[in-house]
Design a protein around this ligand. Sequence first.
Ligand code: T46
Length: 134
Amino acid sequence: MIENISELKVMGDDRGKLSVIEGGIDVQFDIKRVFYIYDVNTSATRGAHAHYKTKQFLVPVSGRCKVTLDNGQEKHTFELNKPNICLFQDAMIWGTMHDFSDDCVLMILADDHYDDSDYIRNYNKFLEVAKNDS
Ligand code: T46
């Protein structure tokens, strides 16, 4: 799952740094939705679900957190702690965000609009669907 990590180019000068994410270029899809989580309780776990179809690209704009991705067969935990090191979460991957720093702002780009029926929130159900998909 190491290929899920994307390193964005950093353009820097004496004014600071700038990184760019263009849909279909720096991220594998056209971006339809952007949301971000912040002021997260540092002991909280977020996510803990998979999506049937939605793909996501996670950008740790500030601070750090850990993200565990699970395809039903193997799990991998990534530490996101640089604004230009991002993580792709494909459809049908169980994702859990945890160990947030108190300054963490995690921005998520998604390839579709919000649709609650796209969520699988029960882990056993996820395993069942993942098994039938493979
Ligand atoms: C993910 C992690 C990082 C909306 O109304 N529109 C939206 O686009 C989203 C993402 C959420 N919501 C509502 C649904 C809930 O009433 O916001 C509330 C909190 O959402 P949720 O409990 O899903 O939050 P997280 O942090 O557990 O998960 C969210 C995303 O759902 C998820 O895809 O990867 O952020």
